[in-house]
Write a new protein. Structure first.
Length: 336
């Protein structure tokens, strides 16, 4: 019912009075191309209107709804075309995840660092549909990085989410394979993300090798920290701590700022505490490190690395001649 109302609205917007024009267009008569192009144009107009600095958030959302339904309707009119799917994915990514618009100002729909799984899935699905219909279109290369990041943002610790990481891995690798030596400026970003994806999939040796490449291409503190975390999870903790200390404390302060502002993110929620814990431990802040290790353990992030975190806690507490026991399950009747 919602789709039918949206289609009816679009008919009014493009000045079409015949209620049966959709069926005729879908059936393939001569008006199909005109209808298809009109819908794409209407979607573009609405997207540009949503990008205006002077409109309210409510109006932006209305314009985005019109653009979204226009592109979806165009895809229905011409189901073999990848163009509407590409524009839909780009629209969603630009307004909800890129945090920058054509005019250089963050759109009001963008909430930096916030999860927006529904929109992320819409964008991934749209770009998947685009690639399936136009695999040789050069714009596939342009959206591989963004799509991989969105797949990663959708990841949780559910076993069924493994396919998201595998998809991200394919996107990162495809981007590197297609770069043909032209990706020098951003290779460290792609390689760093690829290494982190390997680590999340439990492929520690692959992660370490790719992190080394990322650092060689200019990867910054977050990349080096990722390398250190991979080494620690590979039972090479002493080397990991040395590498972190070599970055200096100022680098850690900048890293904390980047994480808090959403410039650097980790999935699933709680994974960031492993990084903070290891860095605190490297700088000799035992109490802070213990707190961060406990937060990582409590989060349940990446079950395959929980045992390693507990080893750190035990070792730090042993220096204090203490022993840590995991908290007991909360008694729902306690305090009543």
């Amino acid at each position: 019912m919602k789709l039918m109302r949206a289609l009816a609205l679009l008919l009014v917007l493009i000045g079409t009075a015949r209620a049966d024009v959709w069926q005729r267009a879908i059936d393939g008569d001569e008006s199909s191309l005109e209808m298809y192009e009109s819908l794409l144009a209407r979607g573009d107009e609405a997207a540009l209107a949503a990008n205006s600095k002077s409109v309210s958030l409510l109006q932006v959302r209305k314009d985005l709804d019109i653009a979204t339904e226009s592109y979806r309707a165009a895809a229905k009119v011409n189901p073999r075309s990848g163009e509407p799917h590409y524009r839909l994915g780009a629209l969603i990514y630009s307004f909800f995840f890129e945090c920058s618009s054509f005019s250089g100002q963050p759109p009001p729909t963008c909430q930096r660092g916030a999860r927006n799984d529904d929109k992320a899935q819409e964008a991934v699905d749209a770009w998947d549909a685009f690639e399936a219909r136009a695999p040789l279109d050069p714009r596939v290369n342009d959206m591989l990085l963004q799509r991989a990041i969105l797949r990663t943002k959708l990841f949780t610790s559910k076993p069924t989410d493994k396919k998201l990481l595998e998809g991200a891995l394919r996107d990162y690798q495809a981007l590197l394979d297609r770069a043909d030596g032209l990706l020098q400026r951003t290779s460290y970003l792609v390689l760093g993300n690829l290494a982190e994806t390997h680590m999340m999939l439990g492929k520690i040796e692959d992660a370490i090798d790719v992190y080394k490449e990322a650092i060689k291409f200019g990867g910054g503190t977050s990349t080096v920290y990722g390398y250190a975390v991979a080494l620690d999870r590979d039972e090479r903790g002493a080397l990991a701590l040395t590498i972190i200390r070599d970055q200096g404390f100022a680098a850690y302060e900048k890293f904390q700022q980047d994480v808090s502002e959403g410039e650097v993110f980790y999935v699933p929620q709680g994974e960031e505490h492993y990084y903070f814990a290891l860095v605190e431990e490297a700088f000799g802040n035992g109490d802070s490190a213990i707190d961060e290790w406990k937060l990582f353990i409590k989060s349940g992030a990446h079950p395959q690395f929980q045992a390693r975190a507990k080893e750190h806690v035990d070792a730090l507490l042993a220096k204090k001649n203490l022993r840590w026991r995991p908290p007991l399950p909360t008694d729902p009747f306690r305090g009543r």
